[in-house]
Design a protein around this ligand. Structure first.
Ligand code: FSX
Ligand code: SF4
Ligand code: F3S
Length: 393
């Protein structure tokens, strides 16, 4: 109960200051802190530390650069459904340079950036949104006569932390889609060092906010995986926590948009859902703070793997996903039995090896998914002008 006591000790002036600053009730504020703590996967009671950090810490100066992107990352942060989210973001950080939001333009804007870099040298957080074109010495993206390459290097040099927000900055995203005419590259590639990445197109605002608040609360960025993604948000496949997962396991699939299965909320795997090979927490925390089920699959659209390099903007939307490590329990009855050619024993064995599961379970899975692969290959062959028999399954 110590933690709760600490929470309710927030009757301090500083706490009331936060209430006033945000214009929100104590209840809403604590709820927000709890949401952030849960998003970060912190243990019970950590909300008190989060609340205290927000209330007492000096807001970190943030320099936010925009390169090759659509500004969806900023939009997702600032156009959230919840009216206080925008306010919270602007309260938690001091956004000293952000081309879309700042009133200054031209030389004034340049001066604001230089000023923030000088005043907060070694302490500011650099957030980069968008990919960086490196082809032809970076001439495809220039701001104030500087290339994106020069800007990101200059701003990163004295930053306390660098965060690449969105898939574009994290791994190239949409601008890097083949044939990648501008040589769109990630922040890490350009800086030659790893940075924290928050992929997604756009990314979930809570993941960004939780990362910044982690920095505020603990004085360091959260633990990341080998791609720089905070583990609290990207260590699980979407498929593992999807609300339609029971339908996948039971073999109940929507076969086309608007069919009976789609209308009944069946699994979207056969419509190309990439949840089985995409690491993100969309299925657990929802999206944009607009309530339950507010995420692509919850709205009836397959996940396109927007956060996953090699999947989003790379694999065709209709292509079925590679099932990485999930096999359905064998004992589940399959209500809609699919009659396909099934997969070869070799691919079943490969799946079993990948999943670390018994070959029997993998065979059940591949049998379940067989028709989908067959249909997808037939469709591809048709598009290429081949007969169905020539299609490889
Ligand atoms: Fe857009 Fe951001 Fe996608 Fe990219 O989000 S939502 S194209 S990840 O950089 O603005
Ligand atoms: Fe959910 Fe997609 Fe997995 Fe189906 S394939 S359970 S819709 S994540
Ligand atoms: Fe993107 Fe898939 Fe999440 S499309 S927003 S990673 S559900």
């Amino acid at each position: 109960m110590g933690d709760m006591n600490e929470l309710f000790d927030l009757g301090s002036d500083a706490f009331h200051g936060v209430e006033q600053r945000l214009g929100m009730s104590r209840r809403d504020y604590l709820q927000f802190c709890t949401t952030l703590a849960v998003t970060m996967g912190l243990p019970k009671g950590a909300e008190a530390a989060v609340a205290k950090a927000i209330e007492t810490s000096q807001r970190p100066s943030v320099i936010w650069l925009h390169f090759q992107e659509c500004t969806g990352c900023s939009e997702s942060l600032l156009r959230a459904e919840h009216p206080t989210l925008e306010k919270l973001i602007l309260d938690v950080i001091s956004l000293d340079y952000h081309e879309t939001l700042m009133a200054a333009a031209g030389h004034q804007a340049e001066a604001a950036r230089k000023d923030a870099m000088k005043t907060h040298k070694g302490k500011y957080v650099l957030v980069v949104e968008g990919a960086i074109p490196v082809k032809d010495n970076g001439i495809f993206c220039k701001i104030g006569d500087h290339t994106a390459i020069d800007l990101v290097k200059e701003c990163a040099a004295d930053a306390a932390a660098v965060i690449a927000i969105g898939s574009c900055a994290s791994w190239g995203g949409m601008p890097s889609t083949g044939p990648n005419p501008t040589g769109a590259s990630s922040v890490a590639e350009v800086l030659g060092k790893s940075v924290v990445t928050i992929p997604g197109c756009p990314p979930n605002p809570y993941n960004f906010l939780a990362t910044v608040v982690h920095f505020l609360t603990f004085g360091k960025l959260p633990d990341v995986d080998k791609l720089g993604r905070p583990k609290f948000a990207y260590s699980r496949l979407i498929h593992e926590n999807c609300e339609r997962r029971a339908h996948f396991d039971a073999g109940r699939f929507a076969m086309e948009f608007g069919d009976a299965g789609h209308r009944q909320g069946y699994c979207l795997y056969k419509l190309g859902c990439k949840g089985p090979e995409t690491y993100a927490n969309c299925s657990t925390i929802g999206f944009g703070d607009a309530g339950e089920n507010n995420w692509p699959v919850g709205c009836g659209h397959p996940c396109i793997g927007c956060s996953e390099k090699g999947v989003g903007f790379t694999k065709p939307i209709h292509q079925v996903a590679t099932v990485i490590n999930i096999v359905p329990p064998q004992q589940y009855p399959r209500i809609v039995e699919e009659q396909g050619k099934g997969a070869s024993f070799a691919s079943a064995a490969a799946l079993a090896a990948l999943a670390g599961a018994a070959a029997g379970a993998a065979v059940m899975l591949t049998r379940n998914l067989g028709l989908s692969h067959a249909a997808s290959e037939a469709e591809r062959a048709k598009a290429e002008g081949k007969s169905k028999d020539q299609a490889q399954v």
